[in-house]
Design a protein around this ligand. Structure first.
Ligand code: FAD
Length: 384
């Protein structure tokens, strides 16, 4: 194994960027993270960390820190939107933990983000660094330019800058993700607001063209989260913090079962965002610049794999760099892409059907994957 390790720049301190930083630091690399925000703010709502995400995070020692801040449901229920008839049950809790060695955990994105951020020393995270330009100079160094006029250099740049990735645009040209014609209303609020209503610990209610997912996000179930997805083809604004109109939400789900309507109307405030996606991209890298997470495979939240796949990418990329070494970055990035793309391509295409778990589903190919142990797509002669 080659051991030369040079400076790696990560653009974006979101879920993927912070997982990449923690994984690379763990394997002995030097990283600098550049984030456009002035500071971390508790934005966002619920995220489902399925067993594959938790196995990757487990390799960073995060199972217990996350368990202490998230919720482990005993089961997931799929229900018909109006009758509440159960169409599928996925047993989770202890039996799932015995199978995969990790729980399947629901958590607020801000708490996941804080747990991840604690793994990277503050001096390695640079705030107010909005990337506006990136250039590979042909001699193995990539120059980064930021909106505040500052610059930086690195031997490898990882674009973990999310759905509107500037790094992606610099590599492959401007090309906005496609609006699915659907929006998501979501809220997190104290469970006491549903006044003791008996609800599933994690459920999805399936309507003909819309659905609602809800689950608890804290160990003692005192916080509940929902996401309600419905067609709104004329809506375009895309923001994680835009306030949604409660009357529009109520109207869109007026025919749903009373349990769903109670959960939706109990929210003190709702947020709204447009769901966008891309087709699988032919390539994720060029020279010594590479993408991960939403920057290269954004998905609508139907299979709950957006954060999970960004986390998996980060671990596999770190392993490829460790295995191949930073003195052959092209090879490391080729191995990374070959190791990851078949899985994320399949995920993007399966995700857009929005049928995952509606009926009995083969979940094994998604949940069993352990990014720390998964086989790297190395050429025949190189052992993993
Ligand atoms: P992200 O987690 O989106 O991270 C991208 C990071 O890059 C962000 O910190 C962003 O500020 C930074 N960035 C972008 N452009 C630049 C630039 N030019 N220069 C420097 N930095 C840049 N998913 C859910 O399922 N539920 C949620 O509630 C939810 N809330 C979210 C809230 C926020 C504020 C964000 C940014 C994302 C949220 N997501 C949520 C999306 C989810 O986190 C991602 O889909 C998933 O984790 C993939 O992670 P990622 O690292 O690829 O991208």
């Amino acid at each position: 194994m080659k051991t030369e390790k040079r400076k790696i720049a990560i653009v974006g301190a979101g879920i993927g960027g912070l997982t990449a930083a923690a994984s690379l630091l763990r394997l002995g690399f030097t990283v600098e993270v550049y984030e456009q925000a002035e500071q971390f703010a508790p934005i966002g709502a619920g995220i489902q960390l399925t067993a594959n995400a938790m196995q990757a995070l487990g390799g960073l020692g995060l199972i217990e820190p996350l368990r202490s801040k998230g919720f482990v449901p005993a089961a997931f229920h799929s229900r018909e939107w109006d009758t509440a008839k159960v169409t599928n049950v996925l047993v989770m809790g202890k039996s799932l933990e015995e199978r995969y060695g990790t729980p399947d955990l629901m958590i607020h994105r801000a708490r996941l983000h804080a747990v991840l951020a604690a793994l990277t020393p503050c001096k390695c995270i640079h705030f107010s660094k909005k990337l506006i330009g990136i250039e590979h100079n042909g001699s193995g160094v990539t120059a980064l330019a930021f909106a505040d006029g500052s610059r930086a250099e690195a031997a490898l740049v990882i674009g973990a800058d999310g759905i509107h990735s500037m790094v992606r645009e610099a590599l492959f040209g401007a090309d906005e993700p496609r609006f699915t014609g659907r929006v998501a209303y979501r809220a997190t609020y104290p469970t006491e607001r549903i006044r003791g209503l008996a609800i599933d610990e994690r459920a999805k209610w399936w309507g003909p063209d819309r659905h609602v997912v809800h689950y608890f996000t804290t160990p003692n179930k005192d916080e509940i989260y929902f996401i309600a997805v419905t067609p709104e083809p004329n809506f375009r604004v895309e923001s994680w913090s835009m306030v949604g109109d409660k009357n529009m939400l109520r109207a869109a789900f007026a025919g749903f079962h009373p349990i769903v309507r109670t959960i939706l109307s109990a929210a003190p405030e709702i947020r709204k965002w447009a769901l966008v996606e891309r087709d699988p991209m032919p390539s994720w890298w060029e020279n010594s610049i590479v993408l991960l997470g939403d920057a290269c495979h954004p998905m609508a939240p139907y299979m709950a794999q957006g954060a999970a796949t960004a986390i998996e990418d980060a671990v596999i990329l770190a392993r490829c760099l460790e295995h191949v070494g930073c003195d052959d970055i092209s090879k490391a990035l080729a191995v990374y892409t070959a190791s990851r793309k078949p899985r994320t391509d399949r995920m993007q295409l399966t995700n857009r059907e929005n049928t995952w778990l509606r009926e009995r589903t083969d979940t094994e190919w998604v949940y069993e994957y352990d990014a720390w142990r998964a086989r790297l797509a190395l050429p025949e002669s190189s052992p993993t």
